[in-house]
Design a protein around this ligand. Structure first.
Ligand code: GTP
Ligand code: MG
Length: 565
């Protein structure tokens, strides 16, 4: 019997339904699909991480032996293999136990390597000492019926394979869907990210038993691609998931903790705390390497690489609005199944024509692009998404969230209560073309975009691109975007509309003999040099003077980066 299905079939079905939901664009708007509240999704994923361990093995062939050994600690619900290409190929298996006690029994029973002098830290990251010879391996393989649920689970589709896949799609709508389905962060990717969060949380839990480290951003909002970075917020109390229990206890208990007084300047306090946390991660946590502190940015962060997860992590301690914004994005993605596939195509197009760039700078970010998509979907004659003001208006007392700076992040978390009904039945391909046409006409010079009101408003200042920050409405999400980059955006959306128009008119795979020709959205993903209109000024090398990012109040732009030695 299949390993994953041995037990807890319900749980498996839940995740497969949630993560591998396939859809056809015809049924998108009308089909009532199960929507899962963000807090519930986060809670389930956090619990799943507490039941899991990651074990380095020689290869996936070690699985039967590992299974036999670990089954003595408890029931194993699922096993997922992945590999990381370093100097040598490294293999890992994530094992999910029946409950957190069983996983922690496996961790507690683990040994230290006598041959190495190392810091004796406990964590869910282990390696498996292979002892048996070939004969024992065969015997182990024979004795268990379980198989790996996933093999090579973090391997990304290479661009040639993706191109072939999109070429073979029957029509443009399917191309957009396939791109999303085959490049989105998968279940294993999410599991590994929640384990990275749990490792940090457990590391500080001795001093802060209420500490909570939670992924946010594209790792959890459903807009993440395979290989995306992990944004992590660490709080010393449980504030992130609703402050009620802490508040209640603070009011009721007559025994009160003696504590250290906070410095008067909250920001420098946070910076110093983050410095210590960065040191601690660097010195004690297995897998954590290349730790850098970027403490002068608007949101101070510690960046590091996790070598057992092949993951870049941005850890912050004071970015609650970012966290709540992820919840809003998650809800927008859940509200209509067209939102994420559409956004994936637009992000890919922006990347291909060089509008976005992995390093922070004066170009548009993926987050700002997503805001452009959401606004476009709100302002349609038959809107596909509600405006944020209506989500705020339908908030109840359970939805009240205030950050420590008093920023109001209250909006209804209940899909039904928002009361939004979508009557728009447009196909994905139509929406993609309309997106490009809409922004070809948009008056970026005079108008600012408000997702709160779902309309364009007068620009409050001279920023090239102005998108009102939905949770801090005095700020501009895209303040970092230069005039030159905004102009490039205008030109590229026009080019894209022009390219796509003929594809939408002939939305099916072209008849071709022999090799498949690139068609449909693939024409949008041609690299920068092949763009049609391109004044010379836009070919300037895209280096950025980091000091110019200092005045950006609202871009997560690092100002200085210090690597830990
Ligand atoms: P990628 O990392 O590019 O895959 O996308 P991302 O959505 O994770 O973006 P990023 O890492 O830049 O930011 C993480 C999250 O922080 C976003 O998803 C938003 O929820 C939030 N965020 C980013 N920039 C802003 C901003 O300017 N204002 C607010 N309120 N939230 C932001
Ligand atoms: Mg991110």
């Amino acid at each position: 019997m299949h390993f994953l299905m041995r037990s807890n079939t319900k749980q498996f079905l839940f995740w497969s339904k949630h993560l591998y939901r396939t859809c056809t664009s015809r049924t998108l708007a009308s089909e009532a699909k199960e929507k899962i509240a963000y807090s519930e999704m986060m809670q389930r994923r956090q619990q799943q991480a507490t039941r899991s361990i990651v074990v380095q093995v020689q290869s996936e062939n070690s699985f039967p032996e590992l299974y036999n050994y670990c089954a003595s600690f408890g029931e194993i619900l699922s096993a997922h293999h992945y590999r990381i290409q370093q100097e040598e190929e490294q293999h890992y298996i994530l094992l999910e136990f029946g409950n957190a006690q069983e996983a922690s029994a496996a961790i507690t029973a683990s040994a230290y390597n006598d041959e190495l002098s190392s810091v004796p830290a406990h964590s869910p990251f282990l390696w498996f000492r292979a002892t048996s010879g070939k004969r024992a391996l065969k015997a182990a393989a024979k004795s268990i019926k379980a198989t790996l649920a996933v093999v090579n689970g973090t391997t990304m589709l290479d661009s040639n394979a993706l191109t072939d896949l999109l070429c073979a799609a029957p029509n443009l709508d399917k191309q957009i869907l396939y791109l999303h389905q085959h490049t989105q962060l998968n279940d294993l990717g999410v599991r590994l990210r929640f384990l990275a969060a749990l490792q940090v949380q457990q590391a500080v839990s001795g001093m802060f038993p209420n500490a909570n480290a939670q992924p946010f951003g594209s790792s959890v909002n459903g807009f993440g691609r395979m290989g995306c970075d992990l944004d992590l917020i660490l709080r010393f109390d449980r504030e992130v998931v609703g402050a009620t229990t802490v508040q209640q206890r603070n009011q009721e208990s007559r025994l009160v903790f003696h504590t250290k007084e906070n410095l008067t300047n909250g920001r420098s306090q946070t910076q110093r705390q983050m410095e210590s946390i960065g040191d601690m991660l660097h010195l004690f946590l297995p897998g954590v390497c290349h730790v850098r502190r970027i403490l002068q940015a608007r949101v101070p962060i510690i960046k590091y690489h996790h070598e057992h997860l092949n993951l870049e992590v941005d850890l912050s301690m004071s970015n609650l609005t970012g966290f709540y914004m992820s919840e809003l994005l998650y809800m927008f993605g859940e509200l209509d199944e067209r939102v994420r596939p559409l956004t994936f195509s637009i992000r890919r197009w922006a990347q291909a024509c060089g509008l976005t760039n992995p390093s922070p700078g004066r170009w548009i970010t993926n987050f700002s692009l997503t805001c452009l998509v959401i606004y476009f979907l709100q302002q349609l004659k038959h809107p596909i998404l509600p405006i944020i003001n209506s989500m705020m208006k339908s908030a109840t007392s359970d939805d009240i969230r205030l950050t420590e700076d008093g920023i109001n992040c209250s909006f209804s978390r209940d899909f039904e209560r928002i009361g939004f009904r979508c009557r728009n039945t447009s196909q994905l391909s139509e929406l993609l073309l309309q997106f490009f046409e809409f922004y070809s006409q948009f008056d970026f010079h005079n108008r600012a975009i408000s997702l709160n009101e779902g309309r364009a408003i007068a620009k409050p200042d001279h920023s090239a691109l102005y998108i009102v920050n939905p949770l801090e409405q005095v700020l501009n999400v895209s303040k970092n975007v230069s005039l030159e980059e905004c102009e490039r955006l205008r030109i590229e959306v026009r080019n894209a509309a022009w390219v796509l128009e003929s594809e939408v008119e002939n939305p099916s795979q072209p008849e071709s003999e022999g090799a498949q020709l690139a068609w449909g959205i693939l024409h949008l993903f041609k690299s920068n040099e092949k763009s049609i209109i391109r004044p010379n000024m836009f070919f300037k090398p895209r280096m950025v003077d980091v000091s110019q990012l200092f005045d950006s109040e609202d871009a997560d732009s690092p100002t200085t980066s210090v690597e830990f030695k």
